[in-house]
Design a protein around this ligand. Sequence first.
Ligand SMILES: Cc1cc2nc3c(=O)[nH]c(=O)nc-3n(C[C@H](O)[C@H](O)[C@H](O)COP(=O)(O)OP(=O)(O)OC[C@H]3O[C@@H](n4cnc5c(N)ncnc54)[C@H](O)[C@@H]3O)c2cc1C
Ligand code: FES
Length: 511
Amino acid sequence: MAEPTRGGDLPGEPTSLWLASTHDDDPEPEPLETDHTVDVAVIGAGIAGLSTAINLRERGQTVTVLERDRVATGVTGKTTAKLTSQHGTIYDHLRREFGRRKASQYASVQEASIDEVERRIDELDIDCGFERQPSYLYSNEPDEIERETDAARAAGLEASYVTSVPPFERAAAAVRFDDQAWFHPRKYLLAIADELRDDDGASLHEETRVTDLEPGTPCRVRTERATVTARNVVLATGFPILDRAGYFARMHPKRSYVLGIRLDGAPPEGMYYRSGNNYRSVRTHRDEDGELLLVGGENHKTGQGGSTAERYRRLETWARERFSVDEIAYRWSTQDYKPVDKVPFIGRAGAGTENVFVATGFRGWGMTNGTAAGRLLAAEIDGERPAALDLFDPLRLTPKASFGKTVTENADAASEFTTDWVRALLTPDRSSLDPGEGKIVREGGKPIACARDAEGDVHAVSAVCSHMYCLVEWNDAEESWDCPCHGSRFDPDGEVLEGPANEDLPARDRP
Ligand SMILES: Cc1cc2nc3c(=O)[nH]c(=O)nc-3n(C[C@H](O)[C@H](O)[C@H](O)COP(=O)(O)OP(=O)(O)OC[C@H]3O[C@@H](n4cnc5c(N)ncnc54)[C@H](O)[C@@H]3O)c2cc1C
Ligand code: FES
């Protein structure tokens, strides 16, 4: 199972609501043991990978899904699962930077994804709490909301400008989208996984890590025990495990935090999102155990920004100031990748990789974008050329929309690289470690990442990220080593939790 969220004295069970409520629904995993050949190998069983696999099966292609962990235990198992075409102030941005036609294309792709999920839920009779609900983007800057309302309408969406946002009286204005939806993403995807398991043209191998991909005609996908030969490969691994197009320089990881809260009284209907850098996201979830309010926010670049435990505390304070909190039931955290021009990468992965496709860079909006990736990539692989793929083309050049951000983000990664190395080499740090604490110490000129667990044992691994050699930083809430350059994460024993790194940190002798 995916790593639990830890972190000392923080309130709430350290796991996502989605994982906690489906723990007993996972069948025995069937790791890949033997070589075989298929039309398409899909790597990653989050919403993008499973949506791709089910769409490919509907088109008659044979499919194998390879998943390092269990189904929907990555970002998809820790999302807030709003299924919306409202994605912050995206339409104003798209209209300005990409033009009106592409803004409309983006809007209709997202709306089609909500409909697709609803259709599949009906067809497969999935009990996953899908409900149509309005979604509000609120702000204290009415001008910003007016522009977004206007751009969303111009993109063909039914958006309305409102000045009353009941749970957030202090908000000056909001744009309201009707007929959006929320659901339980893991229940939805476990049902799709079952469908694939029961299908002779598909196979699903969990606990199977892809270690290498050799592009070609056909492609070879190597795992720890066997190899899959496939005409086409879809990388739905979050950050692509094969980077032939410099994705590390064109998108950056943003981590954020979620609390699952029981209230005294009924939680609000509708979904809410406060725009701006320090966003807040609010929705309700209902199940047989009652109702929970999900509150998300406190985002920051992975591996940067100080104590992560403090972020949970700030989120709790914010929630208590606005709602009558009875109990914090769950807390969790995860990260998504933000492209410099704010548009996901869906399509051919890069030069020299004709038969390899990617789906990534969903910018915190992967429920609809991941569903769309599945629909569009399956059509492309099946020989159609969906027009929307031009918008999402991973090899697009959008200097107007991306130049400034590309420069600042890469300068930031370079600066992290230099300052962290200098700090590590200059600090003769041999101070003691408390349980739950991690530090980088120097041993024979080499930086070693040491962490002490709750039992008092010290774990020591190389502090040099296996992706591009930045130095990792300790994450105190999750008790992990996080890389400030491009967001790879490792557990205290060095095992990769999140890419772009695909190799573990080697163990070191305890200094
Ligand atoms: C806090 C937070 C809240 C969010 N809330 C929303 C929301 O309300 N609405 C919305 O639309 N979006 C939301 N998002 C974004 C959304 O959750 C993600 O965009 C989406 O889940 C990404 O899906 P995915 O399939 O690309 O990735 P994942 O779900 O991470 O799937 C990738 C899979 O690939 C596997 N993998 C990786 N490497 C390998 C390998 N080498 N071999 C085999 N398998 C591998 C991983 O184990 C993982 O299971 C949120 C994001 C965050 C961070
Ligand atoms: S993630 Fe790129 S150097 Fe660590």
